[in-house]
Design a protein around this ligand. Structure first.
Ligand SMILES: [Zn+2]
Length: 254
């Protein structure tokens, strides 16, 4: 039994051996009937990849209360949103038939605090993970701020860690990929990019009102607008990010 300090509540408690970084429900579309996924070093790697059955976890960071009640509640909220017919029908199904040259978007109403903290709790766990897959996510001094926000169920300032989501549509199985998350720093724009099952999550780490990626960010009143990139745009985007010299690790459908 491992008694140590829980990274969220700070109490000395028995810690769970494993906590998922990306909630299981977000990996559902990637798993086959035998719950298997494939881990590849790089999209262009000709080798078949390694079969794995469990997404990446972080060891010994959370007590059961924090994992089940605090993070569990946020995950439940996210899963209700992502599994809802509204999201599945508008984003996942209909978006495959987008007319080239258009950039439609869908408007949702969400609980601002739960949604924001749900996404940020994934980012926070990726920061704590020692796994190679999450090696580029380092929140530095923001980690403690995020921890306090999650613990106190507070969404923080509206301009702090803004979140924007874009949906991808492609025949390249992009809807069935989890990509190694990474930070982007271009001029004065700083954000993290997580690609999970066809949705790109942009998380701003330095507020910049000029950053057009955050035009449709999640608003305090719960408005969430998700632009959907058509097939051509999705391919351009995917090809651009996959071109990185050392590549990205990916979880794919077998
Ligand atoms: Zn705890």
């Amino acid at each position: 039994m491992n008694i140590a300090q829980c990274q969220l509540c700070g109490q000395q408690k028995k810690l769970l051996r494993h906590s998922h970084v990306i909630p299981k429900f977000m990996e559902k579309s990637i798993k086959d009937d035998l719950h298997r996924m494939k881990l590849k070093k790089n999209i262009e790697d000709p080798r078949p990849g390694i079969y794995i059955q469990k997404g990446f976890t972080v060891r010994d960071i959370l007590c059961a209360t924090c994992d089940n009640h605090i993070l569990g509640r946020l995950e439940k909220y996210l899963s209700e949103f992502i599994d809802s017919p509204d999201y599945q029908n508008t984003i996942v199904k209909r978006s495959r038939r987008i007319i080239p040259g258009t950039l439609p978007s869908h408007r949702f109403n969400v609980d601002y605090t739960k949604f924001k903290l749900g996404i940020l709790s994934i980012v926070w766990r990726a920061h704590l993970s020692n796994h190679y897959f999450h090696k580029e996510i380092d929140l530095g001094s923001f980690a403690d701020i995020l921890k306090d926000m999650i613990l106190n169920q507070s969404a923080g300032d509206k301009n702090f860690f803004r979140i924007s989501i874009f949906a991808l549509t492609t025949d390249m199985e992009a809807l069935k990929i989890v990509m190694q998350p990474f930070p982007v720093e271009v001029a004065d724009f700083k954000y993290l990019l997580f690609l999970i099952s066809g949705a790109m999550y942009f998380i701003e780490t330095k507020y910049n009102p000029e950053n057009t990626l955050f035009k449709t960010h999640l608003k305090e009143d719960g408005t969430l607008i998700i632009p959907v990139l058509n097939m051509e745009l999705s391919k351009v985007f995917i090809n651009a990010i996959f071109k990185r010299e050392d590549g990205f690790e990916l979880l794919l459908r077998i």
